[in-house]
Design a protein around this ligand. Structure first.
Ligand code: GDP
Length: 221
């Protein structure tokens, strides 16, 4: 069992980094909505949704923690909920619902088709393919690890489905400047995209840019 203390991410990471970031984070309060294990359990479509996808251990809980708070990360790592799509509502100061974050199950080290085929076919695939309110998929890849076939598969699938997605290269704080450049270049080639945002849940690096991309996608929806 994982606990959020494993992630060693400061609670107020955005606030610690600077005014603009903390303003972005404080704009919203996060409320857990539900865990869906089947398509008929998805929340009623309404506000724009942002999906978070990545292999297990990529740093998804830590990033969610840094973006919207510890509670979201904790719920998503609760045993039994790790195989669900966990939905969170982001409400503004006037208690108005502004967007929904959907935390998708982490996929394994094997190819997607093998490792999570049952869940994928049952409700993850329908969610990604058919959800009208889905505005953006944030695909997390570990910047410390060479490009993985399973990630590539996912991105090919999203492209074929016509989904807008952005790649977030996690744990960028672990790399030196030169290593960063190399890693990002390799990821761009492997995933055939120019849009890779380096991020660190630990230092807060890149979170402002990621928030900007999320806000833009939500507004355009
Ligand atoms: P998940 O399985 O995708 O939810 O991954 P976690 O958020 O649990 O993170 C997996 C491991 O990577 C943990 O040991 C975290 O402490 C570590 N980690 C996550 N994000 C970062 C980061 O930005 N920087 C560093 N250095 N480590 C990180």
């Amino acid at each position: 069992m994982k606990s959020t203390s494993d992630t060693a991410v400061p609670r107020n990471i955005l606030g610690a980094k600077g005014k603009t970031d903390s303003e972005l984070a404080l704009q919203y309060t996060t409320q857990f909505l539900l865990s869906a294990f089947a398509a008929n359990q998805f929340p009623k479509p309404g506000v724009p949704e942002i999906a978070f996808l990545g292999r297990s251990n990529v740093g998804k809980s830590s990033l969610l923690n840094a973006l919207v708070g510890e509670r979201a990360a904790r719920v998503s790592q609760t045993p039994g909920r790790t195989r669900a799509i966990n939905f969170f509502k982001l409400v503004d100061a006037a208690e108005k619902s502004r967007m929904i974050f959907a935390d998708l199950p982490g996929y394994g080290y094997a190819k997607i088709s093998k490792s999570i085929s049952a869940e994928w076919g049952k409700f993850i695939d329908p969610y990604l393919a058919e959800r009208d309110t889905l505005a953006l998929c944030v695909c997390l890849v570990d910047s410390n690890v060479p490009p993985k076939e399973s990630d590539r598969q996912l991105m090919d699938w999203l492209r074929a489905a016509g989904r807008d997605f952005v790649v977030a290269a996690t744990k960028i704080d672990r790399l030196s400047g030169n290593e960063r450049t190399k890693s990002l270049a390799a990821l761009k080639v492997a995933f055939e995209t120019d849009e890779i945002l380096p991020v660190s849940a630990k230092t807060g690096y890149g979170l402002k840019e990621l928030w900007g991309r999320i806000e833009r996608a939500a507004k355009e929806k």
